[in-house]
Design a binder for this molecule. Structure first.
Ligand code: HEC
Ligand code: HEC
Length: 283
């Protein structure tokens, strides 16, 4: 007995929020601190790691948080019906969103968040749904599903100690910067062959271990990563994965421009959220 709800309106509203988020950047970049610049691992700076499977709250609470973590790390395995890409959330939210400038997700306290473009408050679930729609080219899980609640609980857990209603600093999530000179796809192509293709494949389709960068199983054209500044910022600090930080700003732009010059899925409007029979069985 499945009820379905058309997501078109929600998708249309949310579609603008990535852009709105990116638009906030300039005002917040000064908040970047020396410690953020120094290391990519917040866990290294504090005695308590953001996520430690052995230190979770006891009982069902800890189990749900652990399940949320598993959903971030192995999304295809635990939420196969919700994703069309061959990668997990952790492909862009490195180590489950615990790495600064690597898709850092200590953002629970920033929601609900005023979204200037759509002129309404959006919830963390809306933002998660957005990454399902675009970055995972998939279908968001219902907001009351175990999947959504576990992922939200996991983000709350790694965000503990963070202030509420603070201004989001997109530069901590993924650092973005201007290209020194216009990017060159030709230079990017050479760089890709020597520094990226051994993991992501010459045809960009990835493998069982490595995420795809373009083609049918990659994120769709509505994703934040589809913007060259976003991908360049991610690559600059996180790739190549075996030697992060070794590319220059210009090289990061060149290789991102090359990657984004290839075809990828188009966002299909009118995606459906499928609601499970109520009440959800796990309560
Ligand atoms: C292809 C890369 C990619 C994948 C895969 C991906 N995301 Fe994202 N995600 C991004 C980018 C890029 C942003 C935007 C960062 C910004 O606006 O500064 C983002 C932002 C977010 C945010 C909001 C952060 C904020 O406050 O601005 C959440 C929450 C999130 N993603 C959750 C998820 C979840 C859950 C999954 C898996 C279902 C996922 N993402 C998969 C790239 C990705
Ligand atoms: C040693 C293997 C390896 C190399 C080399 C490598 N990557 Fe990655 N890449 C990964 C892995 C693994 C991830 C998933 C995130 C993580 O675990 O760090 C990833 C994630 C990504 C992502 C975000 C997820 C997606 O699929 O869109 C982009 C973009 C990316 N890499 C681009 C590049 C570029 C550009 C290069 C070359 C400069 C490169 N990578 C080199 C292994 C590699």
């Amino acid at each position: 007995m499945k009820r379905s709800l058309l997501l078109a309106g929600l998708a249309a509203t949310l579609g603008v929020s990535i852009a709105a988020c990116a638009g906030n950047m300039s005002g917040n970049s000064s908040a970047a601190t020396a410690s953020q610049a120094a290391g990519t691992s917040p866990a290294a700076a504090s005695a308590t790691p953001l996520y430690d499977a052995k230190a979770l709250p006891p009982g069902r609470e800890g189990k749900l948080i652990a399940y949320g973590r598993a959903l971030f790390m192995h999304t295809q395995k635990y939420a196969p019906r919700n994703v069309a890409v061959t990668m997990s959330c952790s492909a862009c939210h490195v180590a489950g969103g615990t790495v600064k400038r690597g898709g850092y997700l200590r953002i629970y306290g920033q929601f609900p968040q005023w979204n200037g473009r759509s002129k309404r408050f959006i919830f963390l679930q809306d933002r998660i749904a957005e990454c399902f729609l675009y970055s995972m080219n998939g279908t968001p899980p219902p907001y009351t599903s175990k999947t959504m609640i576990a992922m939200t609980a996991y983000l709350a857990y790694i965000s503990r100690g963070q202030p509420t209603m603070s201004k989001p600093d997109p530069q901590i999530i993924i650092a973005q910067f201007k290209a020194p000179a216009p990017p060159s796809i030709a230079r990017g192509s050479k760089l890709y062959a020597s520094k990226c293709s051994m993991c992501h494949g010459a045809d960009g389709s990835g493998s069982a271990t490595f995420p795809p960068l373009w083609g049918a199983k990659s994120f769709n054209n509505g994703a934040g990563m589809e913007k060259v500044a976003m991908m360049a910022g991610f690559v600059r600090y996180n790739m190549p994965q075996n030697a992060p930080g070794t590319l220059t700003d210009q090289q990061s732009y060149d290789v991102a421009a090359f990657v984004l010059s290839h075809a990828r899925p188009k966002f299909v409007k009118n995606r459906m959220i499928v609601f499970p029979p109520a009440p959800a069985s796990f309560f």
